[in-house]
Design a protein around this ligand. Structure first.
Ligand code: FES
Ligand code: FES
Length: 222
């Protein structure tokens, strides 16, 4: 019996049928009904045609998948390392050469923490294949710290207390070293823009910019 003024409440079975019908219509609208029966299993797709299992990228065909010896010039020293075609320079620096000043942070080229000087230009090593570094001069933050030419830059970071946790600092030092090598004096605004590719989660940017501006003002590298 239905209370006056109220719609009849559907019986549970009728409610379920109504929901099922609505859901089917919704999925059909998205083109998803029957998708499971249309898509073949991945294993079937890979094995049905042997060509699907072959590497198709030209790099794979040229370099293969196995590690190869590569000669790298790092911080003025020659290193022969065993490098797989997909190994990044960041991987090789940290895990083979124990140069852990180069930080692995975003691994997407977004933070600058993994930067090194590559023929004098700051580059993010997370985006560079190690084998491509052969024949180039690589200077890591360890090499910069040991190089007396950059002493005024390192001293400026210390004098202006330009670090909190310090994790981002190697990347900033490398980028600043690139500016230092160029030997141009820059305004605070220009340094801010020049360092905008580096991120500091502690929010120490202001002190870092002050330190780099002061170092650049003090004079070009000898
Ligand atoms: S770890 Fe390479 S740019 Fe962030
Ligand atoms: S000082 Fe901590 S992330 Fe920059």
């Amino acid at each position: 019996m239905t209370a006056p003024g109220r719609d009849p409440v559907p019986a549970p079975a009728a409610k379920s049928a109504q929901f099922s019908s609505t859901r089917r219509q919704f999925l059909r609208g998205l083109g998803l009904v029957g998708a499971a029966s249309v898509c073949p299993p991945l294993t079937t797709a890979a094995t049905a045609n042997p060509a699907n299992a072959k590497p198709s990228h030209p790099d794979l065909e040229e370099y293969g998948r196995d590690p190869q010896p590569v000669i790298l010039q790092i911080n003025g020293q020659t290193h022969t390392v065993s490098v797989a075609p997909r190994d990044t320079l960041l991987d090789v620096l940290r895990h083979q050469l124990n140069l852990t000043g180069t930080k692995s942070i975003c691994e997407h080229g977004a933070c600058g923490g993994c930067s090194v000087l590559w023929d004098g230009r700051a580059v993010p090593t997370c985006l560079c294949l190690a084998r491509e570094a052969a024949g180039h001069e690589i200077l890591t933050v360890e090499g910069i710290a040991d190089d007396p030419r950059f002493a005024p830059l390192i001293e400026a970071f210390c004098a202006h207390d330009a670090a909190q946790c310090g994790f981002c600092i190697p990347g900033f030092v490398v980028r600043a070293a690139e500016l230092f090598l160029q030997g141009e004096r820059m305004s605070t605004e220009e340094v801010q823009i020049a360092l905008s590719g580096n991120l500091c989660r502690c929010g120490t940017h202001a002190k870092i910019v002050t330190a780099v501006t002061a170092a650049l003002s003090a004079g070009a590298i000898a």
